[in-house]
Ligand binder design. Sequence first.
Ligand SMILES: *[C@@H]1O[C@H](CO)[C@@H](O)[C@H](O)[C@H]1NC(C)=O
Ligand SMILES: *[C@@H]1O[C@H](CO)[C@@H](O)[C@H](O)[C@H]1NC(C)=O
Ligand SMILES: *[C@@H]1O[C@H](CO)[C@@H](O)[C@H](O)[C@H]1NC(C)=O
Length: 293
Amino acid sequence: MKSTFLVSLGLLGGVVSGASLTKVNYPNNATSKVDMYIYVPDKVVDNPPLVVVIHSCQSTAQTYFQNSKIPWRSGSDKNGYITVWPSSPHSGTCWDVSSKSSLSHNGGGDSQAIANMVLYGVDHYKADPKRVFVTGGSSGAMMSNVMAATYPDLISAVSLYSGVAAGCFVSSSGGVDQWNNSCSGGQSKATPEAWGNVVRNMYPGYDGPRPKMQIWHGSADGTLAPGNYQEEIKQWTNVFGVSQTPTDTRKNYPQNNYQTDDYGDHVQGIYATGVGHSVPANLTASEEWFGLT
Ligand SMILES: *[C@@H]1O[C@H](CO)[C@@H](O)[C@H](O)[C@H]1NC(C)=O
Ligand SMILES: *[C@@H]1O[C@H](CO)[C@@H](O)[C@H](O)[C@H]1NC(C)=O
Ligand SMILES: *[C@@H]1O[C@H](CO)[C@@H](O)[C@H](O)[C@H]1NC(C)=O
């Protein structure tokens, strides 16, 4: 008991860490009431970068924060940036990536609530608005794509693990937080132009900078069919107006049986052969994509 207690206080290592995941009340003008949690490390840097980490289904901000496969807390401790952990209000805790309200800029849905967290993080914690990053796995990866499409003005870069293209889970009846079998099964296919239009239509008239996208997927994904990877690549290469032919390919990078394909400087795909759902987060590779190392 005693040693467990001391370990949890960090005393055995001679380091007392006061930082913990904290729920905060943020000004949220969205209809969707998403809870916000924040982690500010003890040694936070001045004007810190801010990373939004979006959990998967059947998870919460707290459990995702403690998940050793999602090592953003240790990155924050090491590199002094802030992490924000939204927690889904929906039963089953998937994100709403199906309704018009979440699939639109300022549409009132989950995406707007998370955008409000970013604005509050920048304002209240003096985070650097030019270094706001988004990551997530599975449903959190779908939401990362939706955030990139609905709030490109707030985000510099995205690194997402095992998701689907923005808008792929759209509900024909407008349902909130609906599962979509066509998309999850890999039957939702479209041209690059059509996928690009889905993104452009989520924030009509926007023509400013957009976040650069790093997209991971496993070839053995039995939850969100591997073909979704190619649809995401089609979508974002179209948005950036670049070819679907890679400009650079690295086999066995960043690890064995993974292949990294660059499509210019703004889109990178990492396809993990033999890996299922979801691909474990590679903190170093995501931090490198964000320019945090
Ligand atoms: C809600 O907040 C967003 C982000 O600050 C802002 O752009 C928008 O105008 C606000 N909407 C309303 C209805 O107040
Ligand atoms: C599922 O998503 C596709 C687009 O990926 C859409 O065409 C279809 O209508 C959606 N299905 C349902 C039942 O909403
Ligand atoms: C993660 O990616 C980095 C390169 O960014 C690589 O050096 C490292 O081996 C990868 N981690 C794992 C667990 O494979």
